[in-house]
Design a protein around this ligand. Sequence first.
Ligand code: SF4
Length: 291
Amino acid sequence: MRYSGTVIRPPSEADSYILQVSYGCSHNHCTFCGTYANKPFQPRPMREVLDDIAVAGRVLPDTRRVFLADGNALVLPTPKLTSILDALGAAFPLLRRVGIYANAKDILRKGEADLAALRQKNLEIIYLGLESGSEEVLRRIDKGAKATEMLEAVRMAKRAGIRVSVIALLGIAGPGLSREHAEATGRLVSAMDPEYLSLLTLMLVPGTELHRQHQEGEFQLMSPAALLQEMRDILTHADGLTRCVFRTNHASNYVPLAGTLSRDKARLIETLDRAIAMGPAAFRPEEWRGL
Ligand code: SF4
C-alpha cells in the first residue's frame, strides 16, 4: 500500500481502506484549493493499483469499505474503474461500499448506464464538492461546473442508485455575496435532495489564487459569527429534503452539528442561534481548526 503526495478523504471515510487510483485532480483550478497544487493529474498505472489491492487483500482481509482517491477519481474511464472494482470485490469478500470523489462533469460524462454498472460493483457513494449553489460564486471560484450541471449530476447519480454526499463551503462567497451564496445553496440542495450534506468552512491556503486575492484586498474573509449566520441561512432555505443527513464535523468548522434535516432542522437552527448569541466561547478555537 503506497501513497503519493497529499492524500485526502472525507471524514466519513476515516475507517476505509484508501486506495489511490489516480493522482491529483483533473480540474485543479478552483481558486481556494491547494490540495494538489504540486501534483499534476495522472491516472495511476493499473499494475500498481492491482498490486496494492492484492497486498491489502492479504493484510486487511476484513475490509468492508474502500475509498478511491485522489481528487476526482471518477474521471477515470469506466472499463478501468470496473476492473478496479472487480479486483476489490475479489480481494475483500466482506466489501460493502466503495466511495469516490467526483466533479459534476465526471458524473455527467459517465452517463446513467455506466454509473448503474459501477453501482452494481459496489460503487455506492459519490462525494461532490458543490461549494455553492450560486452561479456567480461558482464562476468566481472557477469551479468548472455550473449549478445546473451540479443538479443534473446529482439527479443522474441518484437515478443510477448511487448515494450522493454534497459538500458546500461556508465563507467562499465573502461577505458581499454571502446572502446570495446561502440562499442559492439552500435552494439547490433542496432540489438535489442528496443523502448527505456537509458544510466546511473556508481556510485560506497560501499559494492559491484566493489567497492572492485576499492579500491584494480583492477578497474578504468573514467573521465566525457571520459564517454561522451564513450556515443558518443555508439551513433556512434547505426545504423538502427527504432523508438528508447533515454534518459540520469537519475540522475547519467553528461549530460541529449533526442531524437529519427533515427531522432536526429546527433544533440545528436553535443550536446555531445559541452559539451566535454566546459568541467566541461557543466557537472552536482558531488554532484547533484545520483542513
Ligand atoms: S475540483 Fe476539488 S480537488 Fe479539484 S481543484 Fe477543485 S476543490 Fe480542488
